[in-house]
Design a binder for this molecule. Structure first.
Ligand code: PEP
Ligand code: MN
Length: 343
């Protein structure tokens, strides 16, 4: 249930409503919009009489949310969620670009790539230290050593850092280094894991599961918000379809659909989305044109020798070109992308 408070109602009225709900055993999430305060009531609200709530002082309306996902839905919070991590705003006017290698391979490698992507205007350095690989014999990542190299590289070039956490037991360790936690596609419905992520206060980048519907993806995010962590970014990264020519099928429609259903930022990852280097640029253009709040792109300075995902990683000069092109597209729809930086 959502309770809409009257415009400019005194705080005591809001508190009285919260107190009452609290006494009846409900969790209340408060959302402050431009005009109104909304209270999201979580729990078995079937037993709550909607009319008694409507009659309380300061209450403009009370209504039931039809979607099973509540806190992530636009019904609960009509305005876009805009938040900052470090000095970067997410969900706002800027289309934020995250870039870097699939895996951190060495200190020198992550330093070299960080410099290139920062110079082209990326704001966040991506790279995996714990890699979810299909084969147990493939490179699994450098672990904590990799996190140290990446933190140093991000700090040196003024970037934020995002890296994947694969397991509940890794959360504490990775949080000591990273600004944003990536939840991989294969883990989107690992419920004990995502519930634990709700307890952290590190922002979460939630990739879409390989065969997840929008509803399943929204419900996964609901686990995290219900735990009290409300800095969450969705990322479309391609889904599995009958087509096998491309690695995945990049679902551009996810961008406007998720933005309609949720107030949270929606990013796109064209690298995993299509899996073929020469098609990453057109998919990136399409994502920005569709209104993505940001992109995640894999970049490697020697992709033929990359320890993972070389075939979909852009050369630094291709990434520069991508940035130049999407800057133009972003401008057309009233968004902005960071300018190149002289390092
Ligand atoms: C990655 O970002 O390198 C990755 C493994 O992504 P996904 O979980 O989308 O496959
Ligand atoms: Mn990858």
């Amino acid at each position: 249930m959502v309770i809409l408070m009257e415009k400019n109602t005194p705080e005591v009225n809001v508190e009285r409503v919260i107190e009452r709900l609290d006494k009846e055993g409900f969790d209340v999430h408060r959302s402050t919009g431009v005009e109104h305060i909304l209270l999201g009531v979580i729990g078995d609200t079937a037993k709550l009489d909607i009319r008694t709530m409507q009659l309380m002082e300061g209450v403009a309306d009370a209504y039931r949310i039809s979607a099973p996902y509540k806190l992530v839905s636009r019904e609960f919070k009509p305005d876009n969620s805009v938040f900052t991590i470090g000095d970067v705003e997410f969900g706002g006017e800027e289309t934020v670009v995250m870039a870097g290698p699939c895996s951190i391979e060495s200190e020198e490698q992550i330093m070299r790539i960080a410099e290139k992507v920062a110079a082209a205007g990326a704001r966040v350095l991506r790279g995996g230290a714990f890699k979810p690989r299909t084969s147990p014999y493939a490179f699994q990542g450098l672990g904590e050593e990799g996190l140290k190299y990446m933190r140093a590289a991000a700090d040196k070039y003024g970037l934020l850092m995002i890296t994947e956490v694969m397991d509940k037991d890794q959360i504490d360790l990775v949080e000591r280094y990273t600004d944003i936690i990536q939840v991989g596609a294969r883990n989107m419905q690992n419920f004990t894991f995502i519930r634990a992520l709700g307890k952290t206060r590190t922002p979460i980048f939630l990739k879409r599961g390989i065969s997840a519907t929008f509803k399943e993806w929204l419900m996964a995010a609901e686990y995290i918000l219900a735990g009290g962590n409300d800095k969450l970014i969705f990322c479309e990264r391609g889904i599995r379809t009958f087509e096998s020519y491309t690695r995945n099928t990049m679902d551009i429609s996810a961008i406007p659909v998720m933005q309609k259903l949720s107030h949270l930022p929606v990013f796109a990852d064209p690298s995993h989305g299509i899996g073929l280097r020469d098609k990453v640029l057109p998919m990136a253009r399409a994502s920005v044109a569709a209104g993505a709040h940001g992109l995640m792109v894999e970049v490697h300075d020697d992709p033929d020798k990359a320890l993972s995902d070389g075939a979909q990683s852009l050369y630094p000069h291709q990434f520069e070109e991508l940035m130049a092109q999407i800057r133009v597209i972003a401008g057309v729809i009233g968004r902005k992308i960071a300018e190149p930086v002289q390092l």
